[in-house]
Write a protein that binds this ligand. Structure first.
Ligand SMILES: [Mn+2]
Length: 328
C-alpha cells in the first residue's frame, strides 16, 4: 500500500500532531490513539490526543489515557490524524474544526469510509484500526513498548469481540502474538475488558432481559432500554455496552436489535447479526458500521422508529432466505 509509506513519511517528518477519534469511544479508537500517540511522543513530536466525550472507565487503565482531552482548539497548521472513523461526522463537534486541515490523515477499517482525508489509509479487511496502526509502526521502524502493545491488543480484542468474530483473521492472531511478545498481558486485559462489570450494569442486565421481543418466526430479537430504566438501575450509558449481544446470541435469531429510548426525540439503535450483512440496514437510517455490527439514530418517538427498523429487518431476512439458510 503506497499510502502506508506516505503516511509513515508524513509522521516521521512532521513535528506537531493532533490525533482524533470517534464519539462513544471504544477499545479500538482509544487503543489506536494511545499507541500512535506514544510512538510519536517517543520520536520527540508534539502530540495532542482528543476524543469527543469522556474515556470510558474500562479503558482508563491504559497508560496515557488521562492525557486524552475532550475538547479541541485546532491551531490550523498541525498534522491531523483521524483514527477509526468512517466519516468526519463521527468526530461530533470536532469535525468542522479539522475538515480543512492542510494535512488530514484518515486511518480506518470501516467499509463505509468516505475518504475524507488528504491521505487515506483504509483497509476494510483489517479487524481493527489497531491492526493498521501496528503495520504503520512497523513501516516507521518502531518497536512497540509494553504500553503500546497493551493499547494495540485492547484495540484488536475489542473489535474482534475477544477474537471471536468473523473479522478475526490469521493476521489478527499474528499481530496479537507479536504484541504478547512485546509485553502485553492478555489475561489481565481480557478480565478488564470483558469479564468485569459494574454492579449497576448487572442490575440493568437483569431488568433488560425481560424486555425481549421476538419477531419474524423468532429470527429477529429486540431488547429495549429507556432512560428511566437506566436511572432506576443506577446505571449510565456506558453500562449498556454489550447488552445488544444478548439478543443476537439466542439460537435461531438472525438479527438482534437494541433500542435505547433515552434521548428526547431520538432513538439509538444497535444492530447485530452473526451471519447477515446488516450495515446496509443501519445506513438506511443514516447510520453505519461494520457488516455484523452497526448502529443508527432515528429522530422521533419509539413506536414508529421500531416499526421502521422491523420493516427493514423483515425485508433483509426475506432477501437472505435462500437454500443456504439451512444449517445455520
Ligand atoms: Mn474499529
Amino acid at each position: 500500500m503506497p499510502e502506508l509509506k506516505q503516511i509513515a513519511e508524513l509522521l516521521t517528518r512532521g513535528n506537531s500532531f493532533y490525533l482524533l477519534s470517534h464519539m462513544l469511544p471504544d477499545g479500538d479508537s482509544i487503543g489506536s490513539l494511545l499507541a500512535l500517540g506514544e510512538a510519536l511522543k517517543r520520536l520527540g513530536k508534539k502530540v495532542r490526543m482528543v476524543i469527543p466525550g469522556e474515556v470510558p472507565r474500562r479503558y482508563r487503565f491504559l497508560k496515557g489515557s488521562e492525557e486524552i482531552a475532550g475538547e479541541l482548539s485546532f491551531d490550523g497548521r498541525s498534522t491531523v490524524v483521524v483514527l477509526d472513523c468512517s466519516d468526519l461526522g463521527r468526530l461530533g463537534e470536532l469535525g468542522p474544526q479539522v475538515e480543512k486541515a492542510p494535512v488530514l490523515i484518515n486511518i480506518d477499517h470501516h467499509v463505509s469510509n468516505r475518504y475524507f482525508g488528504t491521505v487515506n489509509l483504509v483497509d476494510s479487511s483489517a479487524g481493527a484500526a489497531g491492526e493498521i496502526v501496528f503495520r504503520l509502526l512497523a513501516e516507521m521502524g518502531l518497536e512497540p513498548t509494553p504500553s503500546m502493545a497493551t493499547a494495540l491488543y485492547v484495540a484488536l480484542a475489542t473489535d474482534t469481540g475477544s477474537f471471536k468474530y468473523d473479522n478475526t483473521t490469521s493476521n489478527t492472531h499474528r499481530i496479537a502474538a507479536d504484541l504478547v511478545e512485546r509485553g502485553c498481558r492478555p489475561g489481565l486485559i481480557s478480565r478488564r475488558l470483558f469479564d468485569l462489570r459494574t454492579l449497576p450494569s448487572f442490575i440493568l442486565l437483569k431488568e433488560v432481559l425481560p424486555t425481549l421481543e421476538l419477531y419474524s418466526r423468532r429470527r429477529i430479537a429486540i431488547l429495549t432500554v429507556s432512560r428511566d430504566l437506566l436511572e432506576r438501575c443506577g446505571a449510565v450509558e456506558e453500562d449498556m455496552g454489550g447488552l445488544v449481544n444478548y439478543s443476537v446470541n439466542i439460537e435461531g435469531v438472525e438479527i438482534g436489535v437494541l433500542f435505547y429510548t433515552g434521548e428526547r426525540e431520538e432513538i439509538k439503535v444497535g444492530i447485530r447479526s452473526r451471519r447477515l450483512d446488516i450495515s446496509g440496514l443501519a445506513e438506511k437510517f443514516g447510520g453505519g458500521g461494520h457488516a455484523k455490527a452497526a448502529g443508527c439514530r432515528i429522530p422521533g418517538a419509539y413506536p414508529p422508529a421500531k416499526a421502521a427498523v422491523l420493516k427493514e429487518a423483515h425485508a433483509l431476512l426475506r432477501e437472505a432466505t435462500g437454500p443456504e439458510e439451512k444449517g445455520f
